[in-house]
Design a protein around this ligand. Structure first.
Ligand SMILES: NC(=O)c1ccc[n+]([C@@H]2O[C@H](COP(=O)([O-])OP(=O)(O)OC[C@H]3O[C@@H](n4cnc5c(N)ncnc54)[C@H](OP(=O)(O)O)[C@@H]3O)[C@@H](O)[C@H]2O)c1
Length: 466
């Protein structure tokens, strides 16, 4: 009986193995073409060889083997069999290398086979949609090239992917922030990994009621605090891959330093970091600058990091930061100008993190990437969409950075998910964005689908305005 780790790898084999998929295709295609040539007593491979030889693609056996991607010994066996049937013969040549040409019998057979080939080729093409034939040929050639390159440099080719697949299948992935109450990306990561049958360990500060749903889906819960290095040892034991997130709050640099130090000692290798587009040494937000320093710290520890600098705001901010004003006055007051910027749900940011954990190659070779959501909205559009969802008018009003900061600090007295640093961060970012910042297509390229739109996120019921 396959255990979880094995099942995960076996799923990979059945759905994504290039070798298995191409052999399945080759078997089906060979059967169909072979059936077409049966009436003239030719096999599909013999037809390909006759056609290549007739075109003079046989300066040498080695050249022919390269041209048709044949194993040399298999090619020689095939040629010898065709020669013994009188279809080809060794050419008279002064060169030492053997080459074959068609005999009159071989030429005759090729002439009879060509219309049969044209018939079966047209029949298969007729089953494909308009662009599929060209795409299939291109993809097959690309796969051949990639496989040959990989033969030359197999270990230089995405070692992180190989390592990740092996380690996540056999050891728990450590997930930080699985009890989050803002974007909640950690909970999404834990859930999606468990849905794939992978072992997950969550580091939580408290074993309160929020860990029960994690345990119910088979997550191992370990208590620890990123601000206390001593408490991280147990969580990191036997872990090679981790998901790191930290709330929009002060303390991320110390948290990352503790995690880096304890992770190094425990043999941690890869870290996917939930970060923000504002992570930069010159960010207008003090938390943007701190985030950047935290990322540097993780890099210095020598981990292979992928920093997901999400270039979008979370839809969850709308409920968290504006619910009170919307309820009382039907207004969204903040320091943003009414320009379009990208938005994404915490769920989709979590999905990106899972892709980064399991398929780092999809993100290219940079250590920091800037995926946005698939859609941009101005504040006016957001107010309108939220109003439509709530069934009453909502408008947007730009206020100064300081006024919004003060408003958020006041809210933090009643909601522990908001804090002074978050207030300073978001009001500074809002005030710094004065021109539209369009979305990019990284989410779609990585996930193969668009991220949730605002109406979809509202309809999901995950944003509570009550
Ligand atoms: N909001 C946005 O618009 C936005 C946009 C782009 C990127 N991001 C990125 O998203 C990240 C936040 O992710 P998120 O929304 O998933 O976070 P979140 O929902 O706020 O969750 C944060 C998690 O971290 C845990 N935590 C806090 N302090 C800890 C400590 N000392 N030790 C261990 N765990 C600790 C919290 O545990 P408790 O539950 O015990 O507090 C919670 O589970 C930010 O760093 C930001 O860069 C956000």
């Amino acid at each position: 009986m396959a255990n979880n780790a094995m099942s995960y790898l076996l799923e990979h084999v059945s759905e994504q193995c290039f070798c298995q998929q191409s052999r399945m295709t080759a078997r089906a295609v060979t059967r169909r073409y072979g059936a077409a040539f049966a009436s003239v007593g030719l096999e599909a491979t013999e037809f390909s060889l006759l056609a290549a030889l007739a075109l003079g693609r046989s300066a040498s056996i080695a050249g022919l083997a390269d041209h048709l991607a044949f194993e040399r010994t298999t090619l020689v066996r095939n040629l010898q069999r065709m020669a013994s049937r009188g279809l080809i013969r060794a050419a008279d040549t002064r060169s030492r290398s053997l080459r074959y040409v068609l005999t009159p019998l071989g030429e005759d057979l090729l002439k009879k086979a060509l219309p049969l080939w044209a018939g079966v080729q047209a029949a298969v093409q007729g089953q494909l949609k308009s662009n599929e034939a060209a795409t299939a040929l291109k993809s097959m050639a690309a796969l051949r090239r990639a496989t040959e390159k990989c033969h030359l440099a197999c270990h230089a080719f995405h070692p992180s992917t190989q390592e990740t697949i092996m380690s996540v299948a056999s050891e728990p992935v450590l997930v930080i922030g699985a009890t989050g109450r803002h974007g909640g990306t950690g909970a999404v990561v834990a859930r999606l990994l468990r849905e794939r049958g992978l072992p997950v360990r969550a580091l939580t500060r408290n074993a309160d009621a929020r860990v029960a749903p994690l345990r119910s889906i088979g997550v191992e819960v370990v208590t620890g605090d990123l601000q206390d290095r001593r408490s991280l040892k147990v969580a990191l034991e036997g872990v090679s891959v981790a998901y790191f997130t930290y709330p929009i709050a002060e303390g991320i640099v110390e948290a990352a330093a503790n995690f880096a130090s304890a992770g190094r000692a425990a043999g941690l290798k890869r870290v996917v970091v939930m970060s923000m587009g504002a992570s930069h040494p010159d960010s207008p937000s003090h938390l943007g600058r701190a985030q950047w320093l935290a990322e540097e710290t993780l890099e210095w520890a020598g981990f292979s990091c992928l920093h997901l600098r999400i270039a979008a705001f979370f839809f969850e901010n709308l409920a968290l930061l504006h619910r009170a004003d919307i309820a009382a006055e039907g207004v969204m007051r903040n320091s943003y100008a009414d320009v379009a910027v990208s938005w994404i749900s915490g769920e989709d940011a979590g999905k990106l993190a899972v892709a980064a954990l399991l398929h780092p190659e999809r993100f290219g070779s940079e250590a920091a990437v800037y995926p946005s959501g698939s859609r941009s909205y101005s504040q006016g559009e957001i107010a309108q969409l939220v109003g439509r969802y709530l069934g009453r008018p909502v408008r947007h009003e730009t206020i100064s950075r300081e006024a919004w900061r003060e408003r958020l600090v006041a809210l933090s007295a009643h909601d522990d998910r908001i804090n002074n640093d978050m207030a300073g961060h978001i009001s500074a970012l809002g005030a710094a964005i004065r021109q539209a910042r369009p979305s990019n297509d990284m989410f779609e390229a990585v996930m193969g689908e668009k991220s949730l739109s605002l109406p979809e996120a509202l309809a999901s019921g995950r944003l509570s305005f009550s």
